[in-house]
Design a protein around this ligand. Structure first.
Ligand SMILES: [Zn+2]
Length: 113
């Protein structure tokens, strides 16, 4: 399930440091080390899935868990219910770590799509 040289797999297995804000059986939420908003978190499935295009039918539990974690994180941010969720898929879309992750941005108005 883990990829040896993947930074997110290392964070999930606690062999690399990160600021973990929430976690459950399927996903982990950490602070982005280069925040683009007052609240910038990453929601990462605990299975090494490269991108949305690589999702298999059996990965539905992870796909759903990403959105459920976003709901939970929104509830944690009192007064900051609004959030933007971004998933970059592939180099051309700006993906930097090739382990599926969802950016959770909140705390300022971000209108670009
Ligand atoms: Zn990984």
């Amino acid at each position: 399930m883990n990829e040896k040289n993947c930074i997110f797999c290392k964070i999930i297995s606690r062999t690399s440091p990160a600021t973990i804000v929430a976690e459950n059986e399927h996903v982990i939420a950490i602070k982005d080390i280069s925040p683009k908003a007052p609240v910038h978190l990453l929601i990462i499935p605990k299975k090494h899935i490269v991108d949305v295009q690589s999702l298999l039918p059996e990965d539905n539990v992870y796909a759903a868990a990403i959105l459920q974690m976003a709901r939970q994180l929104s509830a944690m941010e009192t007064g900051r219910r609004d959030c933007k969720l971004i998933i970059n898929n592939g180099v051309g879309a700006g993906q930097l770590v090739f382990h599926l992750h969802c950016h959770f941005l909140s705390g300022k108005k971000i209108v670009e799509v």
